[in-house]
Structures are given as C-alpha cells and as structure tokens.
Design a protein around this ligand. Structure first.
Ligand SMILES: Cc1cc2nc3c(=O)[nH]c(=O)nc-3n(C[C@H](O)[C@H](O)[C@H](O)COP(=O)(O)OP(=O)(O)OC[C@H]3O[C@@H](n4cnc5c(N)ncnc54)[C@H](O)[C@@H]3O)c2cc1C
Length: 462
C-alpha cells in the first residue's frame, strides 16, 4: 500500500467509486466520483489531533467489524494510505445539529472543510483490473449458531480485530466482560459447503481457523475445541502448520458444529457430532468463533454491469476460462484480480493480481488488438430502430447511429449472438454464423451421416 502510494506512475484515488465506464479495450473512458472527505488533503498533515478531540464516538462496523468504536472524524484504519481523515457526515454533530466544529478549532493547518463537495473525474484508460474482493456472509441467517444472541459469539473477522494490536482491546483476547476465556470453540464451514447457504468452500477459513486456534492457545492458554468437517490445508507448508497446531494440544472434533446454545448463565454450549467417535458431543465454552463464509460484494451486479462482466451461478465474477484465461474476462481489456473472482488466500491473491498486471502489460506492449472475426452486423435496410438489441446486448456493444438505426461496435462485440436472436426484424446476423451457414453445416453433417448409414447397411447385407 505504501509502495503504491509513493509510486510516481500510480494515482491512488481513495474514498472514490467508479460511476460509469464506456469505450472498449485500449480506449475506455471512466467516470469516478471522489467523495467529499470534508478535509482538505493538500493541507492535512495527518497529525490526528482532530480525531483525538472529536467528542462523537460511533460503533466501527466497517474496518472494526463492530468490535470497537471510532470517532465521527476518523482514519479508516491505522496504516491507511493516504493518512487523511474523513468526516462521517451522518454522525458528525456539526452536520447533524449545526454545532461543535471542535475539529476545525483544533486543526493546526486549517484543513477542515465542511463545504467540500464530491468531485467527478473523467479518466481515459487502456485496460481495467477489477479487484473488489469479497464480503462477509451474515451468520444470523443460520439461527442454530445463535449469532447476535451473545457478544461472545463472534465471526473470524471479529476475532481478527479482537486479537489485533490496533483493535479495541490492544490485542488482548478477552470475552465481552473483559475476562480471559478458559474454553474456546472454533466452528468451521459456517455458511460454506452448506446447501442452506453457500455450496462452495470459502477456501481460507480452515487455515485462518488454525491460526486463530494457535493464537487463542498461545495468548490465553485456553482449551480450544476445533469443529471441522475435513481440513483443507492445501498451500505450501500449510499441512505442517496443521500438524504443529495439533501438537500444541488443540482438541479437533471431526464433524460440523451443529448448534450453539446460549445458556441461562451466559455460557455457550456447542453441540455437534464427532464422526471419529461416532457419537454426539457437547462442550461448554466462554467464546465461540464462527468461521463464516465469504460471498460476493453486495454491489457485484452493479460492478458487473459497469465492466461488462459475467458472473458464475454463485455470484463471483466469471473468468474467461478457468485454466487458460484465469484473469481474463468476457470483455476484452477487463481483467480480474483476487477474491472478486472467488475466495483465495493472500498468496493466491498476490499471484492472481500479478498475472492480471502482466496481462495488461502484455496488451499494451502488443500495441494493437486482435478481435474475433465473429461479430454481429446490422443490415440497415431491415433495421427499424426499435432498440431491443441495445437493451439485450450484455457487452454494451450496440448504439444508435445518426439515422436512429442500430450500429455494432466491433471492438466491443463478443459475437455471443444475443442480438441476433433478439432482433424482431431479423436485421442482425453474426458474421460467419449466418442462418444459411448454420443450415448448410447441418445439411453437410446429415449427408455425411446418411453416407455412413448406407455403408453400414451395405456391409450388413453382404
Ligand atoms: C477472517 C479472515 C482471516 C483471514 N486470514 C488470512 C490469513 O491469515 N492469511 C491469508 O493468506 N489470507 C487470509 N484471509 C484471506 C484474505 O483476507 C484474502 O485473501 C484477501 O483479503 C483477498 O484480497 P482481495 O484484494 O482480493 O480482496 P479484499 O481484501 O476484500 O479487498 C477488496 C477491496 O476492494 C474494495 N472495494 C470493494 N468494492 C469496491 C468498489 N465497488 N469500488 C472501490 N473499491 C471497492 C474493498 O473496500 C476492499 O478494500 C482471511 C480472510 C478472513 C475473512
């Protein structure tokens, strides 16, 4: 992050969102909304005085995962680049009640700017890398785990904040009443590999759960019970880490944790089946960590529409080919990096992102782009300008020309044939895939088939 922030060829646009993308490979026009921070980035030195003095505290549901508080003027996380705070206007006392302005009074460089407005930036780019990552799945959707009914039932992400030196407890692993837990249960596959939630494996939960088991044991000395179906320790040295954690004395229960019950005294009872022993087990603990599933970002369909991306049935962005083009997409010049394509841990994300960056370099070094000859063409004489094809084209490759007729941008068209099937006047054909060509191919095949049949008949009758 620091390297990217300092690189002369990289412009970091934080607190910003892409609103519109038009154009095609080598020639995209991107409109970006840079939201108002209410802090002048040119004047702010990142001293943090404004955050110190701000009297308004709110629950940090974003980076803090609900495990701590932040101020109404805040830097999202401790190593944020750039180190410039933002005013959360929905919670700031000045924005909601018209008084306070303590941050303005405190700021030594006069950087607070309550009047600041969003800025729209238009940039021209040759390629796009989508790296929007994942979202955490909400475990309240499986009520048997009682998530939300006790502050001592937390997700893996919340445990990350609890055990972090920059978290609310300074990294001390404690229960909600501030006590060191004596017994802790970790439940794998909450919402993953489950027909009631997500059928896919979230891939990194096994290893981060082992990491959590090690951290709990190391920092608190608590007994740790790890409920798992099977351990997916697939990466380099992962199996060795699994063995090390076993030797540390963690109790592994092979079987999905089935239920978490909140007892009258606030203790938590985890029930499950130990498949190795072939019997039901129950263990009372002080803290439960749910390794909950990850899923596509809530705005994935908007991003897919903006960038011309397909999605797999589970909602992740679809790569052009799982083996041969794992970072390419159906839209030329748009590439994927990291978890937006599917769950993967940090080493795999870095490798995937590196591959996406190299694809961009390769594209630019070529200097020219080869497109498929199978693209849609419109017969202007037949087109009535109804616009049905414009609405259905998944790549945004069709627009109206000056005469109001449909016109295909060959650089954007992927030859999928949707417009050909949609056009009510039969005005669109796919080059090299005309109806006549397809019928001729079928005729050819049938003739071949008929010759083979005749030969078989002749052989049988001799
Ligand atoms: C609890 C937990 C513990 C983990 N522990 C480990 C571990 O110990 N080791 C390991 O290797 N892996 C671990 N992982 C996995 C690791 O988090 C992922 O491999 C990594 O975060 C993937 O990086 P990413 O950049 O693809 O996605 P993300 O980290 O999700 O980053 C995506 C970024 O894109 C931003 N974004 C999203 N949508 C938009 C948009 N529309 N416009 C602009 N920005 C957007 C997001 O805000 C985010 O900053 C863990 C995961 C979890 C949940």
């Amino acid at each position: 992050m620091m390297d990217a922030g300092r690189h002369p060829n990289i412009t970091l646009l934080t607190y910003s969102e892409v609103e519109e993308i038009s154009g095609y490979v080598g020639n995209f026009a991107v409109r970006i909304r840079q939201r108002a921070r209410s802090v002048n980035a040119d004047l702010c030195t990142g001293c943090g005085l404004c955050q110190e003095k701000c009297p308004k505290k709110v629950l940090d549901t974003a980076f803090g995962a609900g495990m701590g508080q932040r101020k109404a003027i805040y830097t999202p996380f401790s190593q944020a680049i750039p180190n410039i705070p933002v005013i959360d206007r929905e919670n700031c006392t000045f924005f909601t009640r018209g008084k306070c302005k303590l941050c303005e009074k405190t700021c030594p460089t006069g950087a607070i700017d309550y009047e600041q407005q969003d800025k729209l930036l238009d940039v021209a780019v040759g390629a796009i890398v989508v790296a929007t990552g994942f979202a955490m799945w909400d475990p309240t959707l499986l009520p048997q785990y009682s998530y939300g009914l006790s502050p001592n039932i937390i997700t893996g992400l919340q445990f990350e904040r609890l055990s972090s030196a920059t978290g609310a407890t300074g990294g001390e692993i404690v229960t909600a009443d501030g006590e060191k837990p004596k017994r802790v249960a970790i439940l794998h596959c909450i919402g993953s590999r489950d027909h009631h939630a997500h059928e896919y494996c979230s891939r990194f939960c096994c290893m981060y759960s082992l990491k959590h088991a090690h951290q709990v044991h190391d920092k608190t000395g608590a007994e740790v019970y790890d409920f798992y179906m099977d351990m997916r320790a697939f990466g380099k040295a992962y199996e060795e880490f699994y063995e090390r954690v076993q030797e540390e004395g963690i109790t592994f229960v092979r079987g999905r944790g089935a239920e978490v019950e909140v007892l009258a005294d606030g203790k938590l009872r985890v029930k499950g089946e130990d498949a190795d022993l072939g019997r039901l087990v129950a263990v009372d603990v002080d803290l439960v960590i749910l390794a909950s599933a990850v899923e596509p970002q809530p705005d994935a369909s908007r991003v897919a529409f903006l960038c011309g991306l397909g999605r797999t049935p589970d909602g992740w962005f679809a790569e052009a080919h799982p083996k041969l083009q794992p970072v390419g997409t159906a839209t030329a010049g748009v590439f994927l990096a990291g978890c937006c394509q599917g769950p993967r841990d940090v080493p795999d994300t870095v490798a995937h992102a590196g591959a996406a960056a190299l694809e961009v370099v390769r594209l630019f070094n070529q200097g020219e782009v080869t497109i498929s000859p199978t693209v849609a063409v419109v017969d202007a004489a037949q087109c009535v300008g109804c616009g049905e094809c414009i609405l259905t084209c998944p790549y945004g490759a069709i627009a109206r020309n000056a005469d109001g007729k449909a016109e295909v941008n060959a650089a954007l068209c992927m030859g999928c044939g949707t417009c050909v099937a949609t056009c009510p006047s039969g005005a669109i054909t796919a080059l090299h895939f005309t109806d006549q060509e397809i019928v001729a191919q079928i005729d050819g095949l049938l003739q071949e088939f008929a010759t083979v049949q005749d030969t078989h008949y002749a052989i049988r009758n001799t």
